[in-house]
Design a protein around this ligand. Structure first.
Ligand code: G3P
Ligand code: MG
Length: 267
């Protein structure tokens, strides 16, 4: 969140983001759209998490699912779509009438908006079943690295091949911050973060245990948790040293912190 009067925390530009709007402000606008990013910005969020995939013609777009049905008026698979056909879909009306006419965002359009709004981006390389992780990383990453400075970018993925390809594209860990996504950290979690020179681990907040959180924080690996929407039960995770929360509505966390600040809020 920005350091406005409505925002009690002091998140860093150079350090880890504390609040990241999941798929944009997806509680208030259709996920992964330009509208969701504008909504996040309007609500005071500095950072958004977005999912990138390739259309069948290799155009990178922001989209979460393998299919079109849940979040558009189209049917079938993203893989079977090219850019002109993707541009005809309505990706807003499923969420609410107010967003009818919203179009699927290309990565190019999204990067232009994020640059314009001076926001940070946690870009998830989303590898759906049967898709090529290396093609995704090699296609999507170069324009992202071109558009955003290192301190405003974290590239994450559940897919280790995608992360490996991303690191090969930019071996300098200071120039590309990688995030290892998992539902819960394996016992030897550090093997992957070391191999990839990763900046962060991104874990399911419900599965995180205090011991593991302390190990990660003690190793100075940043720790982000997804997807939390109720700030009360998350208080203990702040106390464990979690750096940031990925939430469909980070404003709930800001309001909660203003009422009952945790030790981390007061830092
Ligand atoms: O990056 C955190 C979160 O987005 C991972 O899960 O399925 O919402 O992309 P998903
Ligand atoms: Mg995601």
């Amino acid at each position: 969140m920005s350091q406005s009067a409505s925002s009690p925390d002091a998140p860093s530009r150079n350090g880890a983001p504390r609040y990241i709007a999941h798929r944009g402000l997806s509680a208030q606008a259709p996920e992964n759209t330009l509208a969701a990013v504008r909504a996040a910005h309007a609500a005071g969020c500095d950072w958004v998490e977005l999912d990138v995939q390739l259309l069948g013609d290799a155009t990178p777009v922001l989209w979460h699912d393998a299919g079109l049905k849940r979040c558009s008026d189209g049917r079938g698979k993203l893989l079977n779509l090219d850019a002109p056909r993707a541009a005809q879909l309505d990706v807003g009306a499923w969420f609410s009438e107010a967003f009818r006419g919203e179009r699927m965002a290309t990565l190019e359009q999204m990067l232009a908006l994020i640059v314009e709004l001076d926001m940070g981006l946690n870009l998830e390389l989303k590898v759906c079943r049967g898709r090529n992780p290396i093609e995704l990383a090699r296609t999507a990453l170069p324009p992202v690295l071109e558009a955003l400075p290192p301190e405003r970018l974290i590239v994450s993925s559940f897919d280790r091949h995608a992360l490996t390809a991303a690191r090969a594209l930019e071996p300098d860990a200071d120039r590309l911050r990688l995030g290892v996504l998992d539902d819960k950290a394996p016992k030897l979690w550090w093997r992957e973060t070391e191999r990839l020179s990763a900046y962060s681990l991104h874990l399911d907040w419900r599965k995180l245990k205090v011991k593991r959180a302390h190990e990660i924080v003690d190793e100075a690996v940043k720790l982000f948790c997804y997807t939390a929407n109720d700030p009360g039960p998350f208080d203990k995770l702040w106390d464990w040293g979690v750096d940031g929360v990925i939430s469909d509505d980070p404003t709930r966390f800001v309001v909660h912190a203003a009422r009952a600040p945790t030790a981390k809020d007061r830092e």
